[in-house]
Design a protein around this ligand. Sequence first.
Ligand code: SF4
Length: 365
Amino acid sequence: MTMDNAHGGSISSLDSLATRLSLTDDELKWREDGLTVPLLIPEYYFALIDSSDPADPLRRQVVPTRFENIPDVGEDSDPQQERSYSVTARLIHRYRNRVAFLVTDLCPMYCRHCFRRRFTGKTVGPATDTEIETAAAYIGDHLEIKEILLTGGDLLTLSDTRLERMIAIFRRYRPDLVMRLCTRTPASWPQRITDDLISVFKRNFTAPYYLMTQFNHPKELTTRSVAAVAKFVDAGIPAMNQTVLLRGVNDDADVLEELCDRLVASRIKPYYLFQGDLVTGTAHFRVPLEEGLRLEQELRRRLSGLAMPVYAVDLPQGGGKVPLSHCYLQGRDADGAWLFSTPDGELRRYPDPEVAAKHKVSETT
Ligand code: SF4
């Protein structure tokens, strides 16, 4: 199955979108330029949008606005400096033990908040066999690499045949390599996930796969999308979700609580909640950090450990990912015991066994 024959149609221009939705002024004034991603909304996803609501959270993720054409201070088209960490045409080696491979720049749907817009949707197309071989050979020479993120773009825009050829090449060099399948397709185009597709992974199962999804709002968790993920999970491929914290989409404790609870009930582990990257033209999506920290604290009160994602920020200038949380550790008291605030703001004392023992000895001598 390929994108062309199975997409079920999609909307790809402002003019055609205007015949289906009553566009706002801000939406009508969007201009596609080198820094934006193209407009592409699959019919499946479009049907989930409430056309009478200009603030619909799914509409905000896929219908462009003029704010994308306004760069903000501190923004960059490549805030994680992936270009400087590229070791081959498509391979990024930023962390010692894992690499990211840019399978293709194409996606079934383009998200207005996409952090990799320097590459995404530029119609470069899938990696060639030579590019895959070169990347696989690099990984074959670097045994410290334990995991590969197959990303882009969206790897599930590849045909089953092409996908299998790529996986087989990587497996030939490194059968032990853990593969993360980074895809938004279960949310944007779940019809793509067929038994034939799952067989591609089953036939090449020499090491674990992890499905890395991106569901940002409970409305995206439809019966179809949940069934699509279930195919992976039933095949022994665990599903982990990475949500992007987005202004006007999910910057609300009730929405995030419902999303995380429903993900767990759908056998998808909420993994990360990402603070928006400093990508050019996305300031209107970014939630102030202070507000994000408040949301994290509220979620910790409401959610189980299983349902709680790690709130994290990918630091600019390629600084890497760091977790963000309200500071629960408050310091130490005069006896050396640790002082914590509970999620409800109360104070608790934790006497460290070693310190307490030392304290006892000094009292008796
Ligand atoms: S699916 Fe991923 S790569 Fe594609 S536009 Fe959305 S965020 Fe970007």
